[in-house]
Write a protein that binds this ligand. Structure first.
Ligand code: SF4
Length: 459
């Protein structure tokens, strides 16, 4: 069933069945206001009747929305609430974001595309971007044109006439879930947003920064920088348009393939179901995963499994030293009182479509580990908490030992039965032995008596 438009992130689903549940079946949990969670009106824990009023996934999503709202208020010159938890989480990464007063243009939550979406509901997208026959609708978190000194402060090359594309991501665990620069240059959402900026501002290359905010006990943030060219963005969108056409061709749920390798994503524990559509989570999907499947998924998973890449490590180290040297304040200075508020889309200078001469391309970020061997190598230099990493050899050994164990269990059961039978036979034999002994004693006594009688008769 063809959709009017796709959100770029919806095409990132690894499992067609999960996509079908979410976007055709509309089986998505309703949005929750984080203030209702904070005030206790909605509980993210089980109530006395055992009912979960708000799932952990809803809670995470509402915290992310709160973080976006806080930063939107900051960049639009409003009064951001830095006290509530989403505000505190946002503060942990403010030093990685441009200071509003150093920007000459700010685009907040700008819709992508030029084409009218045809929607009449004001809550729905008003514009769409058409690329390779697919219509995309979405919003870019933040796009700025800023002063060269701000590029220097953030450690980003100013290669696109001062423009920079940013995105905020709240996550429970940066080390486990933050994408690398290599992941992001192949990411449909990053490429769709970057293409929109480049087309609208006449650019052929664009620096991007995705800021990951950790929302659990630890308050920390990580900036992942990457560059997208016009050509790269087009290549990725062309590839994903094929996926969009395939998804649009699905008419019934049975046509949507199950991807067992995606069932455990985002559970935080390899081999444990994380997909909310699985029956184990109360959903409708009956995907069956054997222990072997789970082990295979563990090996094939592209998750980082607590392995911090060199790139991520370097970024954390740089941020740490920057903070300890006092070079960058933890909280950027807020606009002075009385500063007129900036409005969405304000101060967009006419650059005449000029494109800054691209500087030589920065060396490519180290490739994220993709094989077990690479992950093992990476683990050797990691300072992060070490979580067990299973090597291919160990997987083979585990599979072989599991088969041996099953066989040994069958043998053990057989020998237990044989032992029980033998013990029963032994008991019977012992009883027979006692009876025979008794009969023997009786017979011996009888023989003795008869012999005595014979001797008496003979004498
Ligand atoms: S449980 Fe697995 S197969 Fe089923 S929808 Fe989720 S990811 Fe897909």
């Amino acid at each position: 069933m063809a959709r009017d438009y796709h959100s770029p992130s919806s095409l990132g689903y690894k499992c067609d069945r999960a996509w079908y549940y979410a976007y055709v079946g509309h089986m998505r949990e309703p949005d929750v206001d984080y203030r209702d969670i904070e005030s206790g009106k909605i509980k993210a824990v089980k109530d006395p009747k055992g009912q979960l009023q708000c799932s952990y996934k809803q809670r995470g999503a509402s915290l992310g929305t709160g973080l976006h709202n806080t930063l939107e208020a900051y960049y639009s010159g409003g009064q951001p609430d830095w006290i509530w938890k989403p505000g505190q989480v946002a503060q942990s990464g403010l030093h990685l974001l441009p200071r509003a007063e150093c920007c000459t243009a700010i685009e907040i939550e700008a819709e992508i595309g030029y084409e009218p979406s045809g929607e009449t509901d004001p809550r729905k997208p008003t514009k769409v971007m058409r690329a390779y026959g697919t219509r995309y609708a979405g919003r870019r978190d933040l796009t700025v044109q800023m002063q060269p000194s701000e590029f220097d402060r953030l450690g980003i090359a100013n290669i696109a006439n001062g423009w920079l594309l940013l995105d905020y991501k709240s996550t429970a665990d940066i080390v486990q879930y933050a994408k690398t620069a290599a992941d992001l240059t192949d990411d449909i959402a990053a490429c769709a947003y970057a293409l929109d900026v480049m087309v609208k501002h006449g650019l052929s290359i664009l620096p991007c920064r995705w800021v990951y905010f950790e929302s659990k006990e630890i308050r920390r943030a990580l900036a992942v920088d990457f560059t997208i060219t016009l050509q790269r963005a087009r290549e990725v969108l062309e590839r994903y348009s094929l996926k969009a056409k395939h998804l649009d061709s699905l008419n019934v749920i049975q046509e949507a393939a199950q991807n067992l390798d995606a069932c455990c994503d985002y559970s935080g524990r390899p081999g444990v179901i994380g997909c909310s559509y699985h029956q184990e989570k109360g959903g409708p999907c009956n995907a069956r995963r054997t222990t072997g499947d789970r082990l295979s998924a563990l090996e094939g998973s592209n998750k980082k499994m607590a392995v911090m890449s060199e790139e991520m490590k370097a970024q954390f180290a740089a941020a740490r030293s920057q903070l300890s040297s006092g070079a960058a304040p933890m909280i950027v200075s807020l606009p002075a009182a009385g500063t007129p508020p900036m409005t969405r889309g304000e101060i967009l200078p006419d650059n005449g479509g000029a494109v800054a001469a691209p500087k030589p391309r920065a060396p490519r970020a180290p490739k994220a580990p993709t094989t077990i061997a690479e992950k093992m190598q990476d683990t050797a230099v990691v300072e992060a908490p070490v979580v067990a990493v299973v090597s291919a050899e160990n997987l083979d050994a585990i599979a072989s030992l599991s088969a041996d164990l099953a066989q040994a269990r069958v043998l053990l059961e057989g020998s237990n039965n044989a032992l029980a039978e033998a013990e029963a036979e032994l008991a019977t034999a012992a009883q027979k032995c006692d009876e025979a002994r008794l009969a023997n004693e009786v017979a011996t006594t009888a023989v003795s008596a008869i012999l005595a009688d014979i001797r008496t008769a003979a004498s």
